[in-house]
Ligand binder design. Structure first.
Ligand code: DX5
Ligand code: ZN
Length: 223
């Protein structure tokens, strides 16, 4: 299994965002994860298209944009124009999720669907064939630096089984509380994309060493 490490810039030093993104890319990151929050769906506000476009100028890595916003349909085009390569929307924000995913695909980028911790796997069961990635929130979204909720491991396992039964190459991401202690169990339960903010940008050993250590821990757990 190929693992992807996706540093979340939420934990980066915004006074030198370009340097932080380049350090993550040079350090072996597979994607750059960008958390867009609206202060409604989640109790925090972050950034929008101008920051996506600034990150776009700093790296050629795929930009993985996680939309924690109500009515995401209103902004999809702007985010793609700014440089997003994948847009992940929450099942909880999109009553017409199938249509929203089609809109994302029609804009020429990949589509992901995210689930909050309390949202059962069944909420995405029928939509699974229409996404390139499922993103399991392993904390309540809104803030970095929280602890992983252990019961999410079971949800990861359930979704991995469903993906295997479907036989499509759908990625299974985890977001929140991913660090060198938790990544092994997440990999064992079937996750293959690991979003990590504080474990990378806040690491004492530096960004590149943190990415390498996360990847090594995931691989070791699966070997
Ligand atoms: C949480 C965000 C995450 C966040 C993860 O709402 O979606 O991407 O940056 O942060 P850590 O890795 O610090 O838990
Ligand atoms: Zn995120």
């Amino acid at each position: 299994m190929t693992f992807k490490i996706a540093p979340s810039i939420l934990a980066a030093d915004f006074t030198k965002l370009g340097d932080e993104v380049r350090a993550a890319a040079d350090g072996g990151a597979d994607l750059i994860h960008i958390d867009v929050m609206d202060g409604h769906f989640v109790p925090n506000l972050t950034f929008g298209a101008p920051i996506i476009s600034a990150v776009r100028r700093a790296t050629s890595l795929p930009l993985d944009v996680h939309l924690m916003i109500e009515q995401p349909e209103r902004h999809l085009e702007a985010f793609v124009e700014a440089g997003a390569d994948m847009l992940t929307v929450h099942v909880e924000t999109s009553p017409h999720l199938h249509r929203t995913l089609q809109q994302i695909h029609n804009l020429g980028v990949k589509a992901g669907v995210a689930l909050n911790p309390h949202t059962p796997y069944e909420w995405i069961r029928e939509i699974l064939p229409d996404v390139e990635r499922v993103l399991v929130m392993t904390v309540d979204p809104g803030f970095g630096g929280q602890r992983l909720i252990p019961s999410m491991l079971y949800k990861v396992e359930q979704i991995r089984s469903a993906i295997a039964a479907l036989g499509q190459p759908i990625e299974l991401g985890v977001d929140g509380g991913v660090d060198q202690r938790t990544i092994g169990a997440l990999a064992q339960h079937g996750a293959d994309v690991f979003v990590a903010g504080s474990a990378i940008f806040g690491a004492a050993e530096g960004i590149a060493a943190a990415i390498a250590a996360l990847r090594a821990a995931a691989r070791q757990a699966k070997s």
